[in-house]
Write a new protein. Structure first.
Length: 318
């Protein structure tokens, strides 16, 4: 039997873990729906809706931890995963530091837009394609991926804590290059997340600047000979340069969990609601992190010499 309400799913998951033998447990239930509109080669190529569901669970039994994750919300799948989670705990090494956070709060948080206007999204895409063709005639829009995504995430544990986060946003992702005769620029792209469609995509963030730069790249000049000198890199290139250098040293990178995109200048405003991490907000902080990766929220908190964690408070809650 498939369940759809995240509270029902979380409660059933914790009950299944307890029935399987857990002394204490926690789970994170995530679900999302994405409405996507794509353009390829200057023409609309795809319109679809996709749905995602995941359940991450952690159980403590006899001081030993077990974790597992599934992408189904049926009672049968949850029962099977709960049994596997307990089996993993039973085969692990005891660790007295492994615990489930004590009761913190029952709270819900919301950000973003929750009533999407897909017709306006379509209009903004058409507008952007028209502007690009008119203002940057040498640019070929290779691909544009736009969507509206609504997501819910719920953290719940056997000590009574229940923290739900709901978010909705539009986003667009462009890939383009400039061409003139035999000359061609390199590929470039831009991503931006938005909570409204009040202004054209062309005016979002660095989109216009990058299109202009693509046309200018058609007339680059190669050095006539080898030389030793200084090279100026745009700050936007730094992350890729650093990652390339680290990968050359065999560094491995995990997929991002959260993405923040700066789409406008934001003045600095001192705010007493931004505070360093404190133990009383542990459960709320952990609810934002998945458990199926190396740098879990717990490991981040256990390494204060590496990470400085800041919290944004509202009405005394993180």
């Amino acid at each position: 039997m498939k369940m759809t309400d995240i509270y029902e799913i979380a409660e059933y998951t914790l009950e299944a873990l307890k029935k399987s033998g857990a002394d204490a447990a926690q789970c994170i239930v995530s679900k999302s729906k994405k409405d996507e509109l794509n353009v390829d080669g200057g023409k609309f190529s795809l319109m679809r809706s996709t749905f995602n569901m995941s359940i991450s669970m952690k159980a403590i039994k006899g001081g030993k931890k077990g974790v597992t994750s599934i992408n189904q919300a049926t009672k049968e799948a949850i029962d099977e995963a709960a049994a596997q989670c307990i089996a993993a705990a039973e085969s692990s090494v005891p660790d007295e530091a492994e615990q489930i956070a004590p009761f913190t709060a029952k709270a819900e948080y919301k950000t973003g837009v929750f009533e999407p206007d897909l017709n306006k999204l379509f209009d903004r895409i058409e507008e952007f394609m028209s502007q690009t063709k008119k203002e940057y005639p040498k640019v070929i829009l290779e691909q544009l991926i736009s969507d509206y995504e609504h997501s819910e995430k719920l953290y719940m544990n056997t000590n009574g804590t229940s923290l739900r986060y709901e978010h909705g946003e539009y986003s667009f992702n462009t890939m383009f290059s400039a061409h003139e005769g035999e000359k061609a620029s390199s590929f470039n792209g831009y991503f931006c997340a938005l909570d409204n469609l009040d202004k054209p995509f062309m005016d979002a963030g660095m989109q216009r600047q990058l299109l202009e730069e693509s046309e200018k790249q058609l007339n680059t000049v190669s050095p006539s000979e080898k030389f030793v000198g200084k090279v100026i890199y745009s700050p936007d290139c730094f992350n890729e340069l650093l990652q390339t250098a680290l990968e050359a040293l065999d560094a491995e990178f995990e997929p991002e969990q959260q993405k923040l995109v700066l789409c406008r200048a934001v003045p600095y405003v001192p705010d007493a609601r931004i505070v360093p991490y404190r133990p009383e907000y542990r459960a709320q902080y952990l609810a934002l992190h998945t458990v199926d990766r190396y740098w879990t929220g717990e490991k981040v908190l256990a390494a204060p010499e590496v990470f400085r964690v800041l919290l944004a408070l509202e009405a005394g809650e993180a």
